[in-house]
Design a protein around this ligand. Structure first.
Ligand code: UN1
Length: 508
């Protein structure tokens, strides 16, 4: 390990061996794993998972911390989140670089990820003074009807490797101002960025004299620690980001005990490129959407549905862009595409390409493993396919892009919607009739539908999530905070007697 990396890890509080649990103190005596960088196969650090008994200790403390945290006035909770945002500002470059080292996204995207964390903190600070309830006219004389929002409890946050820190922040910043405490289980593939974030949160909470268990951590396997979170009634809300099978499992377990869940599962982003749109806009939007994060965003562009009249031109220009893609060490500012997260992801991509060919798709370029150390670098792949090719209905978490021609806008929308997932979609068109159709009830069926910009890179101000197999959850901005709170409706009678609603009378 070079001095720079060693210094970076030290600055963020990462040792050679790290306990993977936190509830005010650090603990972890379960199985040990080494964290290997996909950049070059270097061992970054070792982490010991929490075992079951330790999980119980952490959850008990996190749950206990709720009792006092929920009583702190929301704007005061907002001050904590403001300080968390400032800590992130101070550590933006370092944390971004750690994200790059641990999961392989380019440094510029790592910086963007930390910026999302800062943005959601700012959003949550404002929200801490705007957790508005409503009052409604009562049907009864001298009565008032109101609703208010109360803290909910422990939020279990289970995150994926591809946004190892931002998804925690979306959930945590909102949960904290809502008066909830957070128990985080990060992806086993990205534990050290989780350690670094937890250390930042610990510092902030201690500075204000609050219980650091408000931001607890349990690193461990999904099948063990994840399931303890899913099944424990002390966890009021489980916010899960991951695969569709994973989400199905989480959803069942949480529903079984009538807990709440937010599921952010698979995506299968599509861009409709109309002949009435600007070609350069289309190329830029599609290119970043497809190769950004090496195709490992839920919002990645996986399908391009192109008007037949411009199909050949568009594809030729996209191929030219693809051919020039700088692939390599994602810390290098000139690089646009880093490695996939691990060797397993490479194998999955190569297998997918064989299946595409077997199903009749035509590989135009890319889809090869590059001979770098660590072995996780690939070339991005373009595949020309007919609408309905079975593989286009599946999410391959890699830079594989399907290109399909269409004739009419209605047909394009039908192709776009004809997949099990419903997260993100976009249209590139300057024709108002087309773009409005795309945004209408007859248009995209996704949680995100963009016009003249790509499928990925959603801003934190909007609610983030999608339909169908994407799971239906919403997190981040807009009014997504409401899921993190208990809605309470009250009828207040100041008439001096009792009057029943619905006109029911009771003669006593
Ligand atoms: C994800 O891939 O899980 O919209 C989240 C985006 C990012 C978040 C992606 N803001 O691409």
């Amino acid at each position: 390990m070079n001095d720079h990396t060693a210094h970076l890890l030290e600055r963020l509080g990462i040792s050679q061996r790290n306990p993977g649990g936190f509830h005010g103190e650090w603990l972890g005596s379960g199985s040990r794993q080494q964290v290997i960088s996909p950049l070059d196969g270097e061992v970054l650090a070792a982490v010991t998972n929490v075992d079951r008994a330790e999980f119980e200790q952490v959850l008990a403390r996190c749950h206990g911390a709720f009792a006092s945290w929920k009583l702190v006035p929301a704007p005061k909770r907002g001050e904590v989140v403001k300080e968390l945002g400032d800590e992130l500002r101070r550590n933006k470059e370092a944390l971004a670089e750690l994200v790059t080292l641990e999961m392989g996204k380019t440094l510029r995207e790592g910086l963007g990820e930390v910026q999302e964390m800062i943005d959601i903190c700012d959003f949550a600070v404002g929200l801490s003074r705007q957790l508005y309830g409503r009052t409604m006219p009562s049907e009864r004389r001298m009565h008032r009807l109101q609703e208010q929002w109360q803290p909910l409890g422990v939020v279990g946050v289970i995150t994926a490797f591809n946004f190892p820190v931002a998804v925690w922040a979306w959930n945590t910043a909102i949960a904290l101002v809502c008066g909830d405490t957070v128990l985080w289980k990060p992806s086993s593939r990205t534990p050290i960025t989780a350690l670094a974030c937890t250390r930042l949160a610990e510092r902030v909470l201690r500075k204000f004299g609050y219980d650091p268990a408000i931001c607890s951590l349990t690193i461990g396997k999904g099948s063990e620690i994840g399931d303890l979170i899913n099944t424990d009634p002390r966890v009021a809300l489980v916010s899960y980001t991951g695969s569709v099978p994973g989400g199905r499992h989480v959803g069942r377990l949480v529903q079984e005990r009538f807990g709440r869940h937010i599921l952010e599962l698979g995506g299968n982003g599509a861009v409709i490129v109309s002949q009435k749109g600007d070609l350069k806009t289309a190329l830029d939007a599609v290119y970043f959407g497809a190769i950004g994060t090496s195709g490992q965003r839920c919002t990645s562009t996986r399908r391009v549905i192109i008007h037949e009249s411009i199909f050949d031109t568009f594809v030729a220009q996209l191929q030219a862009l693809y051919a020039r893609t700088p692939i390599g060490d994602p810390r290098d500012a000139a690089i646009l595409m880093g490695p996939l997260v691990d060797a397993g992801a490479v194998a999955t991509m190569l297998e997918a390409i064989e299946t595409i060919k077997a199903q009749g798709g035509r590989i135009l370029m890319g889809g090869e493993r590059l001979p770098n150390p660590g072995g996780c670098y690939v070339t991005p792949c373009l595949a020309e396919v007919a609408a309905g090719l079975p593989m286009t209905r599946e999410e391959t978490f890699a830079p594989v892009l399907y290109l399909t021609p269409y004739r009419t806008i209605e047909e394009a929308i039908a192709i776009q919607n004809d997949v099990p997932q419903g997260l993100s979609s976009a249209i590139i068109s300057d024709d108002l009739l087309e773009t409005e159709l795309f945004l209408s009830a007859a248009g995209s069926d996704c949680g995100i539908a963009n016009v003249n910009t790509g499928t990925s890179g959603a801003e934190i101000g909007g609610a983030f999530g999608g339909e169908k197999e994407t799971g239906g959850g919403r997190e981040s901005g807009s009014d997504a905070w409401k899921v993190y709170m208990r809605r309470q409706t009250s009828a207040i009678n100041f008439s001096g007697g009792v009057e029943l609603a619905q006109g029911i009378t009771l003669e006593l």
